[in-house]
Design a binder for this molecule. Structure first.
Ligand code: DGY
Length: 323
């Protein structure tokens, strides 16, 4: 039987590319530049499987091709809001993602941002590199204590729970949770966490708020000007979920006017473009979408895609099917 034709839309870790090439008739986008919707539409006509990432956009129009060949979109990443899964489904195309394997590293980056912004690490590093440091003094770059503070987690799936694990067991933080569905009492008990009904209930009680909900239309601007106003003026917002979850203009205003204490962002609404008003905010730490960026995790994500494809083409149900 002919090998399935598979398109990888970005460069992947070498070990995974090599494994894929052994089994599939593999095309890799060697330029490593994001493909446009027209390229993806073309690929859906030409390949049995397309393997997109968060940098690809797959709206309904990409499936409108008279000669669709693709049977599976095996996404490299856990978030799949960039894929119109209803449209894929209506064209008989399966969609899979890569959960679990990136939870720890993404929670590590959320902790990194939380510690950096609370302890003013970005400001300190900029000062030092600019040659502006004049030496130790009791009032220099005084930050906020993280240990023992209250952390609100919005979205209590795998990554939210990995964050609670670190924050509660590592830093003695009190955990409040807001989640669409009710979280099982035994899961909350692991972190001595308390679930509240609404985002409005959560925000005023927290010293730190970390976002771990999915992106997409349902959560677009979940954190807006009104909700930022509900946060304590000393509190910090951390976003490692998706850029669209936070209204960036409203956040920039809150940072500038001191409505909140600061923020840490790993994701942005129009990546890789950064809202100009965010760039000069000193009480903001920004990272370039590094959540899952460790060798171990990026390889594990690739092998998870590989497993999903093997299951699919050998007639088994892929374990990470989302549509
Ligand atoms: C994810 O897995 O969703 C990461 O953000 C990369 O897409």
């Amino acid at each position: 039987m002919a090998k399935p034709r598979v398109l990888v839309t970005r460069r992947w870790p070498e070990a995974v590319e090599a494994k894929m090439a052994e089994v599939f008739d593999l095309t890799i986008n060697r330029d490593d530049r994001p493909l446009g919707p027209e390229d993806i539409r073309g690929a859906i006509g030409d390949y049995d499987a397309v393997l997109p990432t968060v940098t690809d956009r797959l709206p309904g129009m990409v499936f409108d091709t008279p000669k669709a060949r693709t049977k599976i979109l095996a996404n490299y990443g856990v978030g799949f809001a960039h894929i119109d899964t209803d449209a894929a489904k209506s064209h008989g195309i399966a969609v899979t993602n890569t959960p679990d394997v990136l939870s720890e590293c993404t929670a590590d980056i959320a902790m990194t941002l939380m510690l950096m912004v609370a302890r003013r690490a970005g400001e300190g590093e900029r000062e030092l590199r600019d040659g502006r440091w004049t030496g130790w003094r009791p009032t220099h770059l005084v930050g906020t204590k993280v240990s023992g503070a209250t952390l609100g987690i919005i979205g209590f799936g795998r990554i939210g729970q990995a964050m609670a694990q670190r924050a509660h067991h590592g830093f003695g933080m009190k955990i409040l949770v807001q989640n669409r569905s009710k979280v099982a009492p035994e899961i909350l008990a692991r972190y001595n966490a308390v679930q509240v009904e609404t985002v409005e209930d959560l925000l005023p009680q927290c010293d730190f708020v970390s976002l771990h909900c999915p992106g997409g239309a349902a959560n677009r601007h979940l954190i807006n000007a009104r909700r930022l106003d509900l946060m304590k003026p000393t509190a910090f917002l951390i976003n490692t979920a998706r850029g669209e979850v936070v209204a960036e203009h409203a956040l920039a205003q809150a940072l500038w006017f001191g409505t909140i204490g600061g923020a840490g962002l790993d994701v942005f609404e129009r990546e890789p473009l950064i809202h100009p008003d965010l760039k000069d905010a000193d009480n903001l730490v920004m990272l370039p979408h590094l959540g899952s960026a460790t060798r171990e995790t990026r390889e594990a994500m690739g092998f998870r895609v590989f497993d999903n494809l093997m299951d699919f083409f050998e007639g088994r149900a892929p374990r990470d099917r989302v549509a």
